[in-house]
Structures are given as C-alpha cells and as structure tokens.
Design a protein around this ligand. Sequence first.
Ligand code: G
Ligand code: G
Ligand code: MN
Length: 410
Amino acid sequence: MHSASQINILILDDDPFILKMLTKMLANQGFTKVSTCDNGRDALTLIDHPDTRPNLIMLDLNMPDMDGIEFVRYLVEHQYQGHLVLVSGEDERMLKTAEKLVHAHQIPMLGYLHKPVTPDKLAAILNTWKPHAAENPSPTNHKLYSAEELRTAIEQHELVNYYQPKVSVRTGDVIGVETLVRWHHATDGLIFPDRFIHIAEENHLINELTTLVLTNALNQAKSWHQSGLMLRVAINVSMDNLASLDFQDLVVNLVTEAGLSPQSIVLEVTESQVMGADARVPLEILSRLRLKRFHLSIDDFGTGHSSMAQLRDIPFDELKIDQGFVHRAWADATLRAIYDASLSMAKQLDMETVAEGVEDQQDWELLRQTGCDLAQGNFVSKPLLGAEFPNWVASWKQRVRTELLLQSGN
Ligand code: G
Ligand code: G
Ligand code: MN
C-alpha cells in the first residue's frame, strides 16, 4: 500500500483557481507533495527531472498553448512511467475519446473528473490507485505460432469447439449456439482464436480450419438433435473462406452428409476485413447459400469497414450487435444511441437481432425492454464444451424460472 504523503502529484491546468483549489483538496486528503504547472512545457521539464518526476498527473484537456491531448503524446516521448487523471469541463464524449487515446498510448489512467471537482469524487478516484500494478505487469504468453505448428494442430485435431448459447429474451428458450474454436495446445494450454485465426488466414489454412470446425459442429448438432435439443448451430466464416466458389459446395456437402437441414445452420460473417478487390465471389457464395435457406448473420455489427454496404448487398437475416455497443448501453448515451439504431435498422430489414456481450442483469433488462430477439454473453453462459451443454440447459431453465428473467421490472 502507498502512503499519500509519499506520492508526487503534478497538477497541470491553465486556470490558477483550479490549481489552488485542487492543491487544497489534495492536502486535505493527505497528499502533500503536490506541484502545479499552468502550461505543458514547464510540466515536461518537471517530468524529465528525477527529483520532481510525478507518480500521478492531473491533466486539464483544454489549455491554450499545448492542449492535454498533445501533452499526452509528449508524455510517451518523455517515457513517463506514472499514472494519469483527466480533469476537464468538456463533455462526457470528449472525455471518453481522450481516455481511449490515453489507453492507446498505454499510459495507465485512474479515470476522469468533471469540473467542478468535488472532494468526494477526487477521493473516489484516488482510492482506485494501485501504484505498482503498472510497473510489474503479469507475465503473459505472447508466443507467436508458425503456420507449420498450426497446420499440425489442425491435422491432429487439437482445435476444439466451444459453444456459447443464444437465448430468446422473450421466452428464455435456448435457440442456438455460436461455435467458438480454441486450440488445446499440448504444452501452452488453451489458446484463443485471436492468436491463430489470422495465421490461418495469412497462410492458406483457413479452409482447412473452417472445415474442421464445421465438421465437429455438425457432429455435435446431430448428437444434440438426436437427444431432443433442437439447437441452431452458428459457425464463424472468414472473408477468406469466401474467396473461392468451392466453399459453398463444401458447406452444402458437409451439411447434407450430416443429414441436417440448412435452416439449422447459421454462417456468421465478420465484416472486420475489407472485402477483396472482387466482391462478386463472396456475394455469389452468400446469395446461393441463402437461397438454400442457410441463415446468414452479420457479425460484430458496427465495428468494421463497411457494415451498411454489406447490409445493402448481402441477404443477411440475422444481425449481431457488437458487444462494444451492448454492455452498459443502459448507462451510456452514446452506446445507447448506436444500440438503438442498430436494433431499429435490423427490425426494418426484418432481420433477427442478437445482442452480444450481455454481461449482467441490467444489460439483459435493456434487451428485454427494447425488444431485442436473442441474447448472447457471459450473463447467460460463457462458451462451453459440447458435453457440458445438456446440464447447462437444465440449469438455465431453472434460472429463468427462479430469477424471473422474463418478468417486467420490479
Ligand atoms: O471467444 P472468442 O475469443 O472465442 O473469439 C474471438 C474471435 O474469434 C471472435 O470474433 C470469433 O468470431 C472468432 N472465431 C472464433 N472461432 C472462429 C472460427 O472457427 N473461425 C473464424 N474465422 N473465426 C472464429
Ligand atoms: O465472433 P464474435 O466476435 O462475436 O465472438 C464473440 C467473442 O466475445 C468471443 O471472443 C467470446 O468469447 C466473447 N464473449 C462472449 N460473451 C462475452 C461477454 O459477455 N463479454 C465479453 N467481454 N466477451 C464475451
Ligand atoms: Mn461470431
């Protein structure tokens, strides 16, 4: 734990009244090593000097010479190692944008304070201070895998499907699952797809990977169907899968061989990649699959390069609102506006809506009140192994009954 009197705090603000007031508030809370600057240049001089280098900077955004955003960039160049609190009279959106920039520069930030600052809010933010967390980041495994390792993993079936439920918000019924692949690595443990999907895409392994994921998902679906669980199974399809017309034959053949109907299969297409120079091939594949009654889902809606254009061009019948616009949308006007617009657009286009990243009861409540069709996220369940699914379904049904997830508010 830290002692308030040992922390060097620098306040940077062009307003002398704010400097005086914050210094006083900090002193009342036991922070006595406080220096002040009314411009960025002087502040950088303090930062360069070991004796005056602060552990924490309270930074105003709007200053006449060097503004706060520019100052943050210089902080990086001057190898500032401490934390940051933004203090500003700017509105919430501006502060959030600034916060994102600070994060992008990897400067640890305690949060932001709206002017006028009150002693309570100042105390609350300083209480979140963990001075050593940033200096000793926990070791993480950043190992990069080669195409060869991944090829072997695919051949040896080291890739394992997990399944995350999609449930009806109105009835609580379990409608389907999204297949999420993981690599059960012999020595490194569980590896998530963000560490290997791009390797597959860059090394012409994505068709092999998707074939394995789809084959396993179809076997799982068949076994669920046989035990009476009529789940719709979604798999993620990369734009690179849609580069060759063979892909549609592959999908049709595998689904037919498994004895499943296209109506029970959803293809989730992410729009995080720009469609290749020739968009005709993906369009043709997706249109033909839709004609055969496969479901097509536009994934991570709102985050990619051309969401509206894809919506216009491809006959999607499901829209997944990205988790970045779902979780806490009830508390944030910007998120809420994007969430509402996505939902409304999907409804006008007669598409089924899925909200991703539903993490708590308040998120769930928002979906219920706004009439979103399906929910997916950790509030419902984390991704599960196929074998865990029947037990989870039983416990979910119980939860729907006992936690009154379908009732109107209290
Ligand atoms: O749980 P999560 O970390 O599983 O997944 C991260 C991302 O990886 C998601 O955006 C998901 O779309 C993607 N992903 C998961 N499984 C597959 C897959 O089988 N194929 C492709 N192309 N992407 C996948
Ligand atoms: O394909 P897509 O990007 O939609 O994949 C969903 C991703 O979101 C996966 O990485 C999955 O593990 C992750 N995920 C699922 N539920 C939640 C949740 O409630 N919160 C967060 N933050 N991530 C989730
Ligand atoms: Mn997905």
